[in-house]
Design a protein. Structure first.
Length: 362
């Protein structure tokens, strides 16, 4: 390329001492030379600040910003985005417990530079050792943003991943302040749909990032516990469905999402869940203009009971797998079975996408 655009790598972090050095080292190992690295320490109580400052003292491209007090996780992400250089052409988020493969910046920047209409770039990602974000047919390097958003909303490929998986055009970030919606813990995915309203999607068919999912992450500690993804997906559909889908597609997908939601609530009602989990979903549905329907819940409960009585085998197998996982040593078998099921689902999604998306992606 004639010029070398500046990439602002940003890491918002709170108590990330355990993995932060690995994240920083992965940035230092980039084959792409023209970057700055901003680490925003959210008033951590461990040695996060000391680790970041140690690297900043060694390399002038690394800058550490320390919040005076701890703020919410989404707010800290927005503070990090606000710190990008005015000269930056691209923004690369990187969580403190994730890392980049050496060619990440070079490959992602190249994909964006080849297609000026691209505002968001993603790639295959390693998530706890498994390759993810692989739903697009090869070699789709550029997909019209509105077309991809439509596919994703109706159940197509999952290609955004965590913020560590993407590269953003800096002007796109600057135009939207705050970039992440402070009112949603799933604001990262929603922001991708926001970008795709006016920009195209770029993709690199190479594993370029690695993401850890573990007990200390926000998603594991709260989102996974209460399954806030249901409310998050519904919020995204209600916000962006009318913009990307036809009226018929939107109504059909909304019905599917609500059926999915009530199946979950019925199962939680039958198996028991904490009052905080139940209250969370009651509040979430009300905030989305879909207050809990006793009639619909009762119907879902009866349907689930009939399904259980008619075919108890799958339910028993699922419970056995869950018990094996909680038991530990034999849990590896259950994990393999779970991943096999995920691969079958991905294959089905890929076939569906290939039917409507040209493989050239151009």
């Amino acid at each position: 390329m004639a010029t070398t655009p500046l990439v602002s790598v940003v890491t918002p972090v709170y108590n990330g001492e355990r993995y932060l050095a690995e994240a920083i080292e992965s940035v230092l190992a980039q084959t792409y030379p023209h970057w700055e690295y901003v680490i925003v320490d959210n008033a951590s109580t461990d040695r996060t600040g000391a680790v970041a400052q140690r690297y900043a003292a060694r390399d002038a491209r690394i800058r550490v910003v320390t919040n005076a007090a701890t703020v919410g996780v989404i707010e800290n992400h927005n503070l990090a985005f606000a710190e990008i250089s005015p000269a930056a052409t691209y923004v690369k988020p990187l969580h403190a417990d994730d890392w980049l493969f050496p060619e990440c910046l070079a490959r992602m920047v190249d994909a964006a530079e080849r297609h000026p209409s691209v505002g968001l770039v993603s790639a295959y990602a390693l998530v706890n050792g498994w390759v993810d974000l692989d739903g697009l047919p090869y070699p789709s390097t550029r997909v019209p943003g509105r077309q991809l958003a439509r596919l994703c909303l109706i159940g197509g490929p999952y290609v955004f991943g965590s913020p560590s998986s993407i590269l953003l055009r800096a002007d796109v970030v600057r135009r939207r302040q705050p970039f992440f919606d402070p009112g949603s813990i799933h604001a990262d995915e929603a922001a991708c749909y926001e970008v795709l309203q006016d920009a195209d999607f770029g993709f690199v068919h190479q594993v370029l990032t690695a993401t850890r999912k573990h007990a200390r992450t926000v998603s594991a500690s709260f989102a996974d516990r209460v399954n806030s993804y249901l409310a998050g997906n519904l919020r995204i559909l209600k916000r962006y469905g009318p913009a990307f889908l036809s009226q018929a597609e939107y109504r059909r997908r909304l019905d599917q999402r609500m059926d999915e939601y009530y199946r979950f609530l019925a199962r939680r009602f039958l198996t028991g869940c904490g009052r905080d989990v139940w209250d969370y979903h009651v509040r979430a549905l009300a905030s989305l203009g879909c207050p809990l329907s006793g009639t619909r819940l009762a119907t879902a409960i009866v349907t689930d009971l009939v399904r259980l009585l008619a075919s108890p085998g799958p339910i028993v197998a699922r419970l056995a797998a869950r018990l094996r996982r909680s038991g530990a040593p034999s849990g590896d078998t259950a994990l393999v079975d779970e991943n096999r099921a995920q691969w079958r689902q991905k294959d089905a999604e890929r076939v569906a996408v290939e039917r409507v998306l040209p493989k050239s992606g151009a």
